[in-house]
Design a protein around this ligand. Sequence first.
Ligand SMILES: Nc1ncnc2c1ncn2[C@@H]1O[C@H](COP(=O)(O)OP(=O)(O)OP(=O)(O)O)[C@@H](O)[C@H]1O
Length: 606
Amino acid sequence: MQKGSIRVQTENIFPIIKKFLYSEHDIFLRELISNAVDATQKLKTLSSIGEAKGEIGDLSVVISLDAEAKTLTISDKGVGMTGEEVDKYINQVAFSGAEEFLNKYKGQNENNIIGHFGLGFYSSFMVSDKVEIITRSFRESPAVRWECDGSPEYQLEETTKEQRGTDIVLHINEESQEFLEADRIKAVLNRFCRFLPVPIFFEGEQVNNPTPAWTRKPSELTPEDYQAFYKELYPYNEAPLFWIHLNVDYPFNLTGILYFPKIKQSYEIQKDKIQLYSNQVFVTDEVKDIVPEFLMLLQGVIDSPDIPLNVSRSYLQGDPNVKKINNHITKKVADKLEEIFNKNRKEFEDKWESLGLFVKYGMMTDDKFLEKAEKFHIMQDAAGTEFYTLEEYKNATVALQKNKDGKQVIIYATDPVQQNTFIKAATDKGYKVVKLETIVDAAFINQMEMKWSDVHFTRVDADIADNLVDRQDASASVLNAEQEEQLKKLFEQQPAGLHLTVEVKGLSPDAAPVVATRPEFMRRMKDMAAVSGPMGSFYAGMPDEVMLTVNGNHSIYQQILAAGDSGQQEKMTRNLADLALLSQGLLKGAALTSFIERSVELMEKG
Ligand SMILES: Nc1ncnc2c1ncn2[C@@H]1O[C@H](COP(=O)(O)OP(=O)(O)OP(=O)(O)O)[C@@H](O)[C@H]1O
């Protein structure tokens, strides 16, 4: 029997390691199983090139529990190790790796490293009082047994083992008894080992799918296969909109499938994240630095051997490969969207409601994506019948919707039902009104005005239709100055919580008698106030700014001015103003009640 001391300087580094990795204890199982898988894969390779002789037989990895002996065993039928190899890879290499880890991270904030650093074989000591390795190499060499109880001393002796391969026997320590429970082990296996490339068995059942969709060739897969794999990942989700199969081998290796989920509620975002794998071993679902931020809304799997198992945040951020992977994913996603848009615009439009969220978020946050997305970003008209790209919208509106600064004015509605009267007035003038009604649209509009220097957005109810593109001077009014002044006074009675500005203009006799509008700027400030910050509460506290545009050319004013009875005049103008406010959703509470009472009274008189 050989006895020795593991080559580490620190007297006893096990307690330190245990403390360091406290919150992510279960990664030991991932580490040990991926070693077992590596050993199995190596054997397959050696056998295929004729270096390992004979039948290779069943190659599954078996995890077993012995409640009485309080052990957890990971057995593989891979290459195994000779005594010399154990000495070299376990006594020297594995432990020097652990030592290096300690030196590197000593004194650092442990939260930064926990969960982002795999420790290989060594991590088994996080949960064990004692670890045994019983292994027999595929080479002609006696089987050996290695044992270590967590002090730097180990024992190594010859033993007998019938089958080729390695058993790692963990004598689970007092604090880690949970790992002697089958359910706990199942949960860990399900998290880390679901897609390992070699069959893994626990309690007689195979726990993994060794050939998940992303490892297969896109040409071999049907849409049903992609859908089925999505279900495997997220059993409770609705079918995805579509997917992108990533397959890169230069300048880095990357495979994966990204799915665009159907999003109905904003709170659902980010519930199921993209999972990151390295050679089918689960690494993390914290993909923040690898996947561009806007694509974090996607789901699915990314697998790259260039992303090491023991990833740490700071490592990822500084890694040039990671930056390349990030750019590549952005490009791929943009290309795929463009392809679908070009090949099957109808399908693209049908899915726009969910898809638009990704696209707009991407356009706001990533200039490279913006450049590409301009070709397939679309806007639907308020009637819900037609979609325009920016280019198409510009072409359709070039004659009517260019303002005096030469900017194209995009007229939009946020609530087609409530803004119906305004939409009608604008459409009657020949304007194209599009819907921008989702949660990202307010921010999207602000951002795009900065990025698209030739575009200006105006909400359909921001002004009377005549003024949506440019403020125009009033055309001739049939009222004289005195009458206009009289009308203005009648309309200027201020209701509570609103600040009314009144202007009398000579518009078309067919246009509405009064229109209430909210200046675009004020309204945007108020909308933002509803969600954020100290400036927010400043704006939120201000009364709603409303412009009442009175159409002096409407015949009703001849009637009102002729009425003589000032009480009656007031009631009629109040009613007209209230109708206009009502269409902007600004008539509430007592004001609404008095409007109803007044209307009934006026009808009785009429
Ligand atoms: N089940 C096994 N069968 C054969 N060899 C093994 C087995 N487990 C470990 N080894 C050998 O021991 C070495 C050290 O293992 P360890 O897990 O510490 O590091 P690693 O696998 O090289 O790297 P990582 O830290 O990424 O896991 C391995 O490289 C391998 O040569």
